[in-house]
Design a protein around this ligand. Structure first.
Ligand code: NAG
Ligand code: NAG
Ligand code: NAG
Length: 369
């Protein structure tokens, strides 16, 4: 792949050209280096500028990286010392088609690096990843974020990718996924993972969540984010979590069209550690029944509550957030959209996320740390 360490593999293939427009730019502190190879006939060698950067971002304009496969079979020990000397800690690769063997070569090379955060966006991975040799060889990632990455191997992808990472991953985020129906039997436990973010998968739903939350593979989970993930009732999510044996402390269900559970629907035992629940932007006209009995934070902002919830409808909660509901915001309610009944300020943000999740993600990309 076209990251700094991989370029080491590719040295013999590169020809320096006198391109006038440099696709890569590095800041004055040699900290952040950004390459955009979208233009015609990209000069890949420009990426050498990124060799000393801590943060590297590379976009490939949708190109197929097959041409670099030849270099991918080199023995990574040859360049281990150079990779060890890199300052690289955060790498983003976007908009390329990558043959799986090349991705494996990248991960092997990065095994010698200090890479902490890897982000893959708008990627198509073709072919299957071979299993690694016995010792864990990949990078020591603490955070892996994927958005719109498709894998030829379908639901097996996470297990295949996991084999190439050293244990210790703490944050996993998978947005706009093509398959979240994981092959659970092949998956090892993510023993250090505390944050799982499956937001921006509007097709997931509660059934999909049951398939994605492989039982007992996320024993250290504390934060589960399911923003805009097609969830329908808090109780359905509760049931999926119970089935998977996950015990998060915080659960984000904002930006789902949640309905209050039907009367008589089975109650569910919420994780005993759950202390923060986000039900904002959920189109709620009343507080759903069957919520946990006690919480530290309950966010019900930006819903359609037309009157103040009664104490007996609410859990015992220390920090209750109710702002931007029609009953509290008569001014804003006047401009309220007649069809949706949503307070104007909220409708605006809901729209931002709904239509342009990518934009929101790009903004979020700034705060890596
Ligand atoms: C990358 O370059 C192309 C043109 O070569 C441009 O259209 C595009 O906006 C650039 N992307 C970024 C993220 O700078
Ligand atoms: C997802 O990635 C593919 C390339 O793999 C790209 O063609 C497509 O436009 C991306 N979709 C979105 C919504 O960005
Ligand atoms: C709840 O979610 C909304 C939208 O995703 C976010 O703006 C808000 O900060 C969250 N609330 C809390 C308490 O984290």
């Amino acid at each position: 792949m076209v990251c700094a360490p991989c370029l080491l593999l590719l040295l013999p293939l590169l020809r320096f050209s006198a391109a006038t427009l440099e696709p890569c730019e590095v800041d004055d502190e040699n900290f952040r280096c950004v390459c955009n190879f979208t233009g015609p006939q990209p000069d890949w060698s420009s990426a050498f500028q990124c060799m000393t950067a801590v943060e590297v971002e590379i976009r490939g304009g949708g190109r197929n990286l097959e041409q670099f496969l030849k270099g991918a079979s080199a023995d990574p020990k040859q360049y281990a010392d150079i990779v060890k000397a890199l300052r690289l800690q955060r790498l983003t690769v976007g908009a390329v088609q990558v043959p799986a063997p090349l991705l494996v070569a990248l991960l092997r090379a990065l095994g010698y690096s200090r890479l902490k955060e890897l982000k893959l966006e708008d990627l198509e991975v073709t072919g299957t990843m071979q299993p690694p040799p016995l010792e864990a060889t990949g990078p020591p990632l603490s955070s892996l974020r994927l958005r719109n990455v498709s894998w030829a191997t379908g639901g097996a992808w996470l297990a295949e990718l996991q084999q190439w990472l050293k244990p210790g991953l703490k944050i996993l985020s998978i947005a706009q996924a093509h398959s979240l129906a994981f092959s659970c039997a092949q998956l090892h436990s993510f023993s250090a993972l505390h944050t799982l973010d499956l937001s921006d998968n509007p097709g997931l739903g509660e059934r999909g969540l049951i398939a994605a939350l492989c039982p007992h593979k996320f024993p250290a989970l504390r934060d589960l984010a399911l923003r805009n993930a097609g969830m329908q009732t808090p109780n359905g999510v509760c049931a999926a979590m119970a089935a998977a044996g996950v015990q998060p402390h915080s659960l984000d269900l904002s930006h789902n069209s949640l309905s209050a559970a039907a009367p008589g629907a089975p109650r569910c035992d919420w994780p005993s550690a759950l202390s923060s629940l986000n039900l904002s932007f959920a189109g709620l006209e009343q507080v759903p029944k069957g919520l946990p009995g006690k919480l530290s934070v309950l966010d019900l902002s930006c819903n359609r509550l037309n009157k103040a919830p009664r104490a007996d409808e609410l859990p015992v909660v220390s920090n209750l957030i109710l702002d931007r509901n029609p009953y509290l915001d008569p001014e804003a309610s006047k401009q309220q959209d007649q069809n949706s009944g949503v307070v104007a300020a909220c409708a605006h943000s809901a729209l931002t996320v709904g239509i342009s999740g990518t934009l929101a993600l790009l903004r979020g990309a700034g705060d890596f740390a």
